[in-house]
Structures are given as C-alpha cells and as structure tokens.
Design a protein. Structure first.
Length: 289
C-alpha cells in the first residue's frame, strides 16, 4: 500500500546523500576529525534501540486504538501488538546483535575507541572532546520528541511510525556512504588500514570486539544490511496501522509524512553541524602542527 517514494523524492534523496557525503569527507581529512565524527554519530545513534523499544511499547499499550473492524467481538479485535511487533523487530537487533552477540551500542563503542587510538588521543583528551556540543544536545533532544510518541494518542503514534520509517531509510544510506568513504575509497590507507593491521579488534569490557562491524551490519556501499530489513518492517507497521484505524489511508500517510519530515530535518542538521565541526578539528590540528 505505502512505498518509500511516498515520503521522499529522488531529488530530496540526492540532497540528503550529498549532505552525508560532505560530512564524511570532512571526517577523513584528519584522524582527529574522524574521531569527532564517530563520537558524535555513535552518541546520536546510541539512543536508537531505546527509542524504538519505547515506540513499540506505546503502540502495544494502546489496545483501544488499533482494532480489527471485521471482528465483532471487541476483545478479540485488539491489534496493537500486531502493529508493534513490526516496530520491535529493529530494536531486537539493537539490544543484541545475532552474529556478534553484543548490543549494537557495544559495537559502536568499539569503533569509537579504535578511532581515539588511531588519533593518538589521551584519556583526558577523549573525555574533553566527547563533551556533547550544544548542537548535538539539540539534535538528541529533538530526536527524543520526534521519536517519543504518546501511548493512547493515535495521531502521535502514527507520526512516530513515520519518524521510524525515516530513521531506517536514511540510516541505510548513511552507513553505506560512511562505508564508501571510510573503506571503499581508502581500503589500504587511513583508519580502515589501521583496523586491518589489528584484525579489526579492540579490547572492550574484558573481551575483544570487532571495531568496524557496527558499520557493515547496518549497510555497506556494496550491499544492504539490517537497515533494509528494518525499513521493510516499519512499512508493514504503517500498513497495519492504516488497516486497523478508522482514518482514511490518505490521512494515515499525511500523519506519517509529518513524522518523516520532522526527522529528515533533524538528520540534515546533524550532518551539517558534523561537517562543520570535523572541518574545524582538521583545520585546527593543521594550524597547531
């Protein structure tokens, strides 16, 4: 019923990808800039699992909102969990990756630690650089609002499903572009070569953790990863929400588009500010040298 093309045009897609690309290009100019990029991106994405779980729980809690009109027994007509299950699919991977048997957050932390080592940063320098700037705090706060949803509020839940669709569809392209810039175009140099020389492992919490898997499990420039599956599930959630709500499909799509656009604005701001901060970090280190 619904398609991703209902949410974003080809021109908008190209513009979004170009914004991500510029930030990645700024990041690989210098190891310090690359650490800053990875620190900011892992921090923002670190809330994904919890926010998706919250959205799924709010949908499931709202038993009075998603009902099968073809079921005359009202207690039997409740379908909120049917909708919620397709949202929950994404957060299961976030909390425990099937292959690596650790949360995605742990894989992200491994990459951040490797980037800090690659940049030669001391512990005080890492802690100082990781203090979230005001722009990042704003992006995170807006993400909480956009993704947060409200149980028993049908319109808020549909908007947040739209946000979820935006997050999954954009992340698929983000990780692919990051992988192209970090690995595909610099396969035997820079940060990726640094990881290759160390078998991609860093010590984290008493175990060796793959320091590049956080990127490749989500998507690569060569193939799709879990984000494509999560997007398909998010679209199924919206289709079921439309099926079990009294509003027209047009109204459901309108609400979902609102959530999608809200998140698209947040995503754009993240990469615009990340590009600026990475460029400043690279320029500052060159001047210091």
């Amino acid at each position: 019923m619904f398609r991703i093309e209902d949410f974003i045009t080809a021109t908008e897609q190209d513009t979004m990808e170009a914004t991500v690309r510029r930030a990645c290009d700024a990041a690989v100019r210098d190891p310090l800039a690359q650490f800053v990029f990875i620190d900011r991106y892992t921090r923002w994405n670190g809330y994904a699992g919890a926010l998706v779980a919250k959205l799924s729980g709010n949908i499931g809690e709202s038993q009075d909102l998603f009902l099968d009109a073809n079921e005359p027994d009202h207690a039997q007509a409740v379908r909120g969990m049917d909708v919620a299950g397709h949202v929950l699919d994404a957060t299961v991977d976030e909390h425990l990756d099937k292959g690596h048997r650790v949360p995605h957050r742990t894989l992200a932390q491994a990459m951040r630690k490797a980037a800090a080592d690659y940049a030669g940063l001391s512990l005080p320098e890492r802690n100082a650089l990781s203090e979230p700037p005001a722009w990042l705090q704003d992006v995170v706060a807006r993400t909480f609002v956009c993704y947060g949803s409200v149980a028993h509020d049908a319109e808020a839940l549909i908007r947040s499903i739209g946000t979820h669709i935006a997050s999954e569809s954009m992340a698929d392209r983000e990780y692919a572009i990051i992988d192209r810039v970090f690995r595909g175009e610099r396969h035997y140099e820079g940060f990726y070569q640094y990881l290759r020389d160390r078998d991609f492992r860093v010590e984290l919490g008493g175990k060796l953790v793959h320091a590049y898997a956080w990127i490749t499990i989500h998507a690569t420039f060569e193939s799709q990863g879990v984000e494509a599956d999560h997007l398909a599930e998010a679209m199924k959630a919206l289709e079921l929400a439309a099926r079990f709500r009294p509003e027209s499909s047009e109204r459901i799509l309108e609400l979902a588009r609102e959530g999608y656009r809200d998140f698209a604005d947040i995503q754009r701001d993240f990469f615009v500010y990340a590009e600026r901060e990475c460029a400043a970090a690279a320029d500052g280190r060159r001047q210091a040298a």
